[in-house]
Design a protein around this ligand. Structure first.
Ligand code: ATP
Length: 526
């Protein structure tokens, strides 16, 4: 513990001798002695300069030592100056009064040098300790205050941070909620999209496949029924219907479901064959049959022996050939061009046309007898617009086909697209749909089919008054109605023709007339 040795000691006494004694005692010990000969002077000194200790005589004229002591202790600025009262008779009454006035200690007159010095030293140490304590307390208070400040600043900071955090949490919660909302919306959209998308693969399992014929509409079911009825027979089949409705497909299905399926199916397109060569194409020719015929040619009828001949676009066959064809159909016989030898052939005939043969007959462009020969078992292919139910299956079929061909991976078609396709008139029928899908597979980006064609301009039928186009007005030809009705009644009667509850009676026909009609329309029980 260090302590300053130059302590300033105020000695207050009305006796100069005492003051000199004290000065003589203290000064040599390094104390700075300040003298006052009375109370008022002492108080002035104390107010003007720092004093470390005050030695105060009790009995002084005017203001005694007790009063001076009281004033020192009564002033906050001077209260910590230790006061030592000097009394010549150290009686108890004076000590009590001194203590009450606030004196810290007492020394007796005459002074005992050792006692005075010991007391001064002790009081100075105490004062120093007290000063130190006050200082420490002040430091502590300061530290406490600064800590308080720091704590309050920190608390404020934390509160602010907490507030910010709370706001952030709220914002985040809000963001999360809106994200959840967005997710929900996306999920909703996705679900809707999925609901709107027709998954092609799912459809594959449901695809009705009669050979290559895709479709499951009621109209096509009728075709399937008739195909399955006639395929096993050798009967001639006449396929009717607009262009692109699938007559060729049905011809192949009939052949491949028949007992001739291991034998060839020879197709002759009566439109594309040059008229001059048709005859040799069909029946063959001997070498030298005509100028330039330097080799023998086997005709298609000969090639098809045991198999099937598909005469496509029969309505376009020249009249002179129709006669020869009739002979093959009737007798199974013909001669090669330039040869008298009759060749026998066993072929099944399937003919197809998009013309109205009755009109052709009426107008003299088609032989009536040939027409009856061909019209043994007519099958009318419904136009695509009459069997929109098949459009999804057909789209699926063609997308799969063109995916494979072009190495694409399209697997969905939106409902909107299907609706667009289903609403179109399809004058070119399945062939037209096929090329629309081929185009769309080429141009689609991604996995969903995008059809860019605009169909509206084609919607209206071009020739509303053309005969045989009744289906454009939702009207079936009478002949079709009759066929359907007979079939329907026969199914109802369990194929009973005659007698009570027989189909003939119900239809108001003789049994023989009904049988004739059934033959005419090729209606047989399967
Ligand atoms: N039901 C079907 N299922 C699958 N493909 C079909 C179907 N109908 C038609 N097609 C396809 O449509 C295209 C046209 O068919 P097809 O040539 O058989 O018609 P068509 O009635 O003979 O026409 P045209 O009278 O002009 O000769 C072909 O590529 C065929 O494969």
């Amino acid at each position: 513990m260090t302590q300053k040795t130059t302590a300033r000691i105020l000695c207050v006494d009305d006796g100069p001798l005492n003051l000199s004694l004290l000065e003589a005692m203290l000064a040599p010990r390094g104390y700075q002695v300040v003298q006052a000969t009375g109370g008022p002077q002492a108080l002035e000194i104390i107010a003007a300069q720092p004093v470390d200790i005050c030695l105060l005589d009790v009995s002084m004229p005017g203001m005694d030592g007790f009063e001076v002591c009281r004033r020192i202790k009564g002033d906050a600025k001077t209260r910590n100056i230790p006061v030592v009262m000097i009394t010549s008779y150290a009686d108890l009454a004076n000590r009590i009064r001194g203590t009450e006035a606030g004196a810290e200690d007492f020394i007796s007159k005459p002074f005992e040098s050792a006692e005075v010095l010991a007391r001064i030293k002790m009081l100075l140490e105490l004062k120093w300790l007290d000063d130190r304590r006050v200082q420490l307390e002040a430091d502590l208070q300061l530290a406490h205050d600064s800590l308080e400040l720091t704590v309050s600043e920190r608390t404020e900071e934390l509160t602010r941070a907490n507030l910010k955090l709370t706001q952030e949490v709220q914002e985040r919660t809000k963001a999360e909620e809106s994200l959840q909302g967005a997710y929900a919306e996306i999920k909703g959209l996705k679900d809707r999209l999925q609901a709107e998308n027709v998954y092609l693969r799912q459809e594959v399992g449901r695809q009705y496949n009669f050979g290559e014929i895709i479709g499951q509409s009621d109209q096509l079911e009728q075709v399937f029924l008739r195909v399955s009825q006639v395929a096993p027979m050798n009967a001639t089949v006449l396929l009717l219907g607009e262009t692109g409705t699938g007559k060729g497909v049905v011809a192949r299905a009939i052949h491949s479901s028949s007992s001739r399926k291991e034998q060839p199916l020879i197709t002759i397109n009566c439109t594309t064959l040059p008229a001059t060569l048709v005859e040799s194409e069909l029946f063959g020719r001997e070498r030298g049959a005509f100028t330039g015929a330097d080799t023998r040619q086997i005709g298609r009828f000969e090639l098809a022996d045991g198999g099937t001949i598909f005469l496509d676009e029969i309505g376009d066959m020249p009249m002179e050939l129709q006669c020869k064809l009739l002979r093959v159909l009737q007798d199974g016989e013909f001669e090669r061009l330039g040869s008298p030898r009759t060749i026998k052939t066993d072929v099944r005939i399937i003919a197809a046309t998009n013309r109205n043969l009755e009109v052709e007959v009426r107008e003299g462009r088609f032989r009536e007898d040939l027409y009856y020969r061909l019209n043994v078992f007519p099958i009318t292919m419904p136009p695509l617009r009459k069997r929109c139910a098949d459009i999804p299956l057909l789209v699926n079929h063609f997308v799969t086909k063109f995916n494979k061909k072009m190495g694409r991976k399209i697997d969905t078609v939106s409902r909107d697209t299907l609706e667009l396709l289903s609403g179109y008139h399809w004058p070119g029928n399945v062939r037209e749909l096929e090329s629309v899908i081929e185009r769309a597979v080429i141009t689609s980006t991604g996995r969903s089919l995008q059809v860019l064609d605009r169909f509206d301009s084609f919607r209206k039928p071009e020739h509303p008054d053309q005969p045989g186009r009744g289906e454009e007005y939702g009207v079936k030809p009478l002949i079709e109605l009759e066929q359907d009705h007979i079939l329907h009644v026969l199914q109802k009667t369990g194929w009973r023709i005659e007698g009570k509850n027989g189909a003939a009676g119900i239809l108001g026909l003789n049994a023989s007339t009904l049988r004739a009609r059934m033959r005419k329309y090729g209606i047989v029980r399967v």
